[in-house]
Write a protein that binds this ligand. Sequence first.
Ligand code: ASP
Length: 582
Amino acid sequence: MYRSHTCGEINLTNKDQEVQLSGWVQKIRNKGFMVWVDLRDRYGITQLIFDEERSSKELMEKAGKLGREFVIQVTGEVIERESKNPNIPTGEIEILVSQLNILNTSLTPPFTIEEETDGGEDLRMKYRYLDIRRNPVKNKLVFRHKVGMQVRNYLSQAGFIEVETPYLIKSTPEGARDFVVPSRMNEGQFYALPQSPQTFKQLLMVGGMDKYFQIVKCFRDEDLRADRQPEFTQIDCEMAFVEQEDILNIFEGLTRHLLKEIKGVDIIDFPRMTYAEAMAKYGNDKPDIRFGMEFANLNEQAKNKGFNVFDQQELVVGIAVPGAASYTRKEIDKLIDWVKRPQVGANGLVWVKYNEDGSLKSSVDKFYSSEDLLGWAKETGAKAGDLILVMAGDTNKTRTQLSTLRMHLGNELGLRNSEEFAPLWVLDFPLLEWDEETQRYHAMHHPFTSPKKEDIALLETNPGEVRANAYDLVLNGNEIGGGSIRIHDKKTQSKMFDYLGFTEEEAKEQFGFLMDAFQYGAPPHGGIAFGFDRLVAILGGQETIRDFIAFPKNNAGRDVMIDAPAKLDEDQLKELHLKLRI
Ligand code: ASP
């Protein structure tokens, strides 16, 4: 038996007992006549003591040879500590060791394996197995497990069945590039790794599974924008015989359950907002509604008053920044520089200080009277003491830029409290999205999303205006889930492929199986997928998903620990019928 207890559970109630513990040596304090060791395992830290007066010479010598991260097994008596540590559950006791068994030695680790470490990100990733020994990382993995268990509990109780779907499949067009896998047995042919189990979960509905879910890996070969991973995890779900409302209810329930069980927070309210409203009010389809600063359209107030810069623009839009009238010129200039950086790309920023004394001072005083500016204050909801910031330009671009500024200010002003949770549904997404590059429409969600019945006629006349039965669940400025009610008949599905620019042959080759299935009694169905990594990170109060993934990849999509991706040798390439072009 390696151990009778873990390193996290022994306390004064075990006093005088003989115990066995196994674990890693975290810290050694060697005074010669006494040696203290902090012994660590997943459950905690227990202090060991070797005492010249009470231990044999041999044992003292052995203890003196211990090094950091050695794996040891000890037997000893639980005694009361003289100087107690109230910060840990085992802080009142220590183990007077009578037997020490060194199970394995260790090289000196390349960084300290403690709460705070001296190791930088790259080093920690290279030795991730050592990083995982550290409490902050370990705790995040335990936390992820807990969230996963709660998801499984809730969905199982609601009648969902977890079904696995294959990883070696054929391309699913969901906007990103596929990772492909050559087939040895089928010369010149390739599998693709799923961007999501989308078509399979729909086929499960045709198969009568009724309620499906899966906590599943998905793969997208995208350029890795900040905090994305090429392989990530979804809570993927699909239901038959449902309308949008049914799905919203079930997954509002799941989110409520998680917030309650994991965070102890009761959220009752899940406001709903249309896509159009979210874009107009926040310039963003995943608004953070924990703070205000809603957009105000100032076209009427600000155009045609002699200020040329605004007159020519499609949209003049402003926000009121609470309490920021006291910003100095320097601080405002810093904001202006910030929005002019290429990452934001704005032309500039017009500002109005609505001073505490009610007076107004702006960068456009030449063109606007105090009365005009008061009108702006009214529209943006600014009060005395606030700063109004205004941008102008092309509608979509300007909204995006102002939204970036709004989030930046939200962070700067400490308005994005990670322990506050504000979910909302964003509904009625456009079905199609115009792509400048390819000069055609793409499915905004994916090609299986159904258009709103009342908008179908618009497909012929104004495709960009057609709304979809699609919805996103947003939490604290992040899209944590998205889905749609699907098309479930062959005719509409082929029409959709047609609108999206697929030829009949292409559609048949890529999705023949789905359209075939639709001819055998496909039920009405719909579903949603949650980004599990992101959800866990938000619930854990963190910005980055990386720490909640045991073995994440870096920004170049590399696993620096196993050093992947890597070359294949010539024999392997041959076997796969591959010749490199480089
Ligand atoms: N498969 C979709 C996605 O990964 C989600 C869905 O429509 O259920 O975004």
